[in-house]
Design a protein around this ligand. Structure first.
Ligand code: ADP
Length: 692
């Protein structure tokens, strides 16, 4: 039979073995109180269940002596001595809760050892004693746990001399020092700085700009007016009593919390005289889901912390205010306004501030801590001209999201390509939680660039090989004007060598020679264009014109084989955008394939039909049909695969290259056997303008 108590012990043992460093994440989720102390009893880790059980927040306990909250210090010390002697200790702990009451818990302490056998630290597991009996369901248990406190840590260094002075004079600092005068209390609190807060404090007192909005600020700016005198008096009393460890609790009036009490204490540790800790307990009025909310907030925070994308929370309220004013003034053409007022972009770069970042952001920017990235957003946009302005425009026009590829410079000076996405808050008033996600895409862009280059090289190699197949046609094209030049030149010489040279004839022939030379030079230019290696262009092109030029390369082959070439151009074809040479390559490839297919059966009628037309969805369509044998049934699936060929001397890369060119132009290519015989290839290309 399984024994639940035994099972939980085994689980706890497992936890104790793994508990260290990041594994404490696991203990964050445990229902038992889990506390890790060093051998002197100084708390190193204090899980949320411990906060709930004893009321003391982790921030206040870590670095303090565990014995400081023992009801009887001497008993605690004796138990600790036994623990270190025996390696483990089980028993009852009686502790002072933050609320002032006593918590009796059943605890189990284990000394953990280093591989060398040396003692390392102590892990304590604890449960509230009165909750251990019976068979309570976990849900009942959660309801009985007190909500953990809103917790503050104050730096009182500046007011300490004053308090000590007061203590000397009155003998009993704290009581009635401010004589109920809120002004005096406020003045006192303005010299005390907030140095730490927990999540609940952020929710209750934060101004949505995250921790950075509170840390380093004067207590007087955030403490509720209703209890300024109370908190000031409690601080005086605790600071005056230092190093004597006292925790002073008082019920206070609160605008947010029901049945509210505040506890102030200090640490009886050397060098800690300048710090006091404050915990505020109470239920948020009407908010009985606090624990669950807190749990989900924690989960959310952890999720963001561990996202593999840099996430920055930005407070854009001041820019939002400026936009509001512009709108009120009737400005609608924001682009023009920014053009005329670049100082607004400058203002936003300073006024909009990063308030929180996750770990990935710290890594991406090579920062040492999150604090390095807090402050004005200027550094985010410094290496990407215009990005700040575009982000502002999207916000002005009420967009929910904006994304672009940008560049950032890391704190150690490296330039990175990033996808920068901004999520504007909904509702728009909550501009303090604008989220910027940044993903490093430097490697991806580099790979894409390499791939594009490789593709271009393949395409070029295929083109050269195609030109090789066209040598006879090309030679004929070049030869024709050369032959005309020779004939005309010889005739000219004859006219010149007559007794009475016929200058008019010679002029005519020389004009023809010049024309033929130009034609030859044009042909050589075209071939060189085909053979040259160049970056793919994006220019507006007329498909019909491209076909005309492509035909020139194979005209001789077509004529020599008496192929009947019919060309039916669609009129007023919209322009396409692309690379002239690459598109010609596609057409020549398809025509050469047709010629080769028809070569196999010379008895058949040799015919190629080229048609162009306007397709649906802003496309133009090119169809090339031949009267050859068509494509063998099963092959039709494979003809666009690289190295698929049915020809003895074929390489099988022509159609694969055609497809990659067409796809890189945003189009598609397909083949079918025409019902009337022969193969038909269709190329569909999108229309557009260059600035698309
Ligand atoms: P290759 O011409 O070197 O074989 P391609 O990729 O250009 O390489 O063509 C692949 C295959 O597709 C050809 O071997 C042939 O079987 C088939 N094919 C291409 N065009 C036609 C066509 N017009 N008629 C019949 N089959 C064709």
């Amino acid at each position: 039979m399984s024994d639940p108590a035994r099972e939980s012990e085994v689980a706890i043992d497992g936890l104790a073995r793994t508990l260290a460093g990041p594994e404490t994440d696991l203990a964050d989720l445990a229902a038992e109180s889990v506390i890790v102390c060093d051998l002197d009893g100084i708390v190193q880790y204090w899980n949320p269940a411990s906060e709930a059980l004893y009321g003391w927040p982790a921030m206040g306990m870590i670095g303090s002596r565990l014995g400081a909250i023992a009801q009887q210090r001497s008993r605690h010390d004796e138990q600790w001595r036994l623990l270190l002697r025996d390696g483990s200790w089980n028993g009852q702990a009686r502790r002072r809760a933050l609320s002032g009451g006593e918590v009796v818990s059943s605890v189990r302490r284990i000394v953990r050892r280093l591989p060398s056998g040396e003692m390392r630290d102590v892990v304590e597991f604890g449960q509230r004693l009165d909750l251990q009996v019976g068979s309570e369901r976990p849900a009942d248990r959660a309801e009985k746990l007190p909500a953990s406190a809103a917790f503050w840590e104050f730096d009182v260094t500046r007011v300490r001399p004053r308090v000590i002075d007061l203590a000397k004079r009155t003998g009993q600092p704290g009581a009635d020092v401010f004589a109920g005068d809120p002004e005096k209390a406020r003045e006192f609190l303005s010299a005390i700085l907030i140095v730490g807060v927990n999540e609940r404090t952020l929710r209750l007192a934060g101004d949505y700009s995250g921790r950075s909005g509170l840390i380093g600020q004067a207590v007087s700016d955030f403490w509720p007016r209703e209890s300024e005198v109370d908190i000031a008096e409690l601080i005086v009393s605790v600071v005056g009593a230092w190093p004597h460890h006292t925790a002073q609790t008082r019920k206070i009036a609160s605008p947010l919390l029901e049945d509210c009490s505040v506890t102030v204490w200090s640490r009886d540790m050397p060098g800690q005289a300048g710090k006091v800790f404050v915990a505020v307990n109470g239920e948020v009025s009407g908010d009985n889901s606090f624990l669950y909310l807190r749990a989900s907030e924690d989960r959310y925070r952890k999720l963001i912390q561990h996202l593999p994308v840099a996430v920055l929370q930005v407070d854009a309220r001041r820019a939002g205010e400026a936009f509001g004013e512009l709108r009120a003034k009737g400005i609608t053409d924001f682009a023009a306004y920014l053009e005329a007022h670049p100082e607004l972009v400058d203002f936003a770069n300073d006024a909009v501030k990063v308030t929180e970042v996750n770990q990935e952001a710290v890594t991406l920017f090579a920062a040492s801590t999150a604090a390095d990235l807090a402050g004005p957003v200027r550094f985010l946009f410094a290496s990407s001209p215009g990005t700040d302005r575009r982000v502002m425009m999207a916000r002005f026009h009420g967009k929910r999201n904006y994304s672009e590829i940008a560049k950032i410079r890391t704190l150690d000076g490296r330039l990175r390509d990033v996808q920068l996405s901004v999520t504007y808050p909904a509702p728009p008033e909550r501009l303090d939680v604008t989220i910027i996600c940044i993903q490093d895409i430097t490697e991806r862009l580099r790979t894409e660039r390499q791939l594009r280059q490789l593709q271009a090289e393949n395409t070029h190699a295929a083109r050269i090989s195609m030109l090789g197949e066209l040598t006879s046609s090309i030679a004929h094209e070049v030869n024709q004007p050369l032959a005309a030049i020779v004939t005309n030149a010889e005739t000219s010489l004859r006219w010149l060598s007559r007794e009475e040279p016929n200058i008019d004839k010679v002029r005519l022939l020389t004009t023809r020679i010049a024309g033929s030379a130009r034609r030859a030079s044009d042909i050589v230019g075209r071939i060189r264009g085909m053979a040259s290696k160049h970056e793919p262009e994006h220019v507006a092109l007329d498909l019909n014109e491209i076909i005309d030029e492509a035909i020139l390369f194979i005209r001789y082959d077509i004529e020599a084989r008496s192929i009947d070439l019919s060309v039916a151009y669609g009129c007023e074809l919209p322009r396409i955008v692309g690379d002239r040479v690459q598109l010609q390559q596609v057409i020549i490839n398809l025509l050469v394939n047709s010629i080769q297919a028809m070569k196999q059966d010379q008895t058949m009628l040799q015919r190629i039909e080229i048609t162009t037309s306007v397709g649906t969805d802003e496309c133009v369509v090119l169809a090339i049909r031949d009267s050859g044998p068509g494509i063998e049934g099963p092959d039709i699936e494979r003809i666009f695969d690289s190295f698929f060929t049915t020809k003895d001397a074929g390489m099988g890369i022509g159609l694969a290259i055609c497809r990659s060119i067409v796809v890189s132009h945003g189009g598609s290519i397909s083949a079918r056997n025409h019902p009337g015989g022969g193969a038909e290839f269709r190329v569909v290309l999108p229309t557009g303008s260059v600035d698309r």
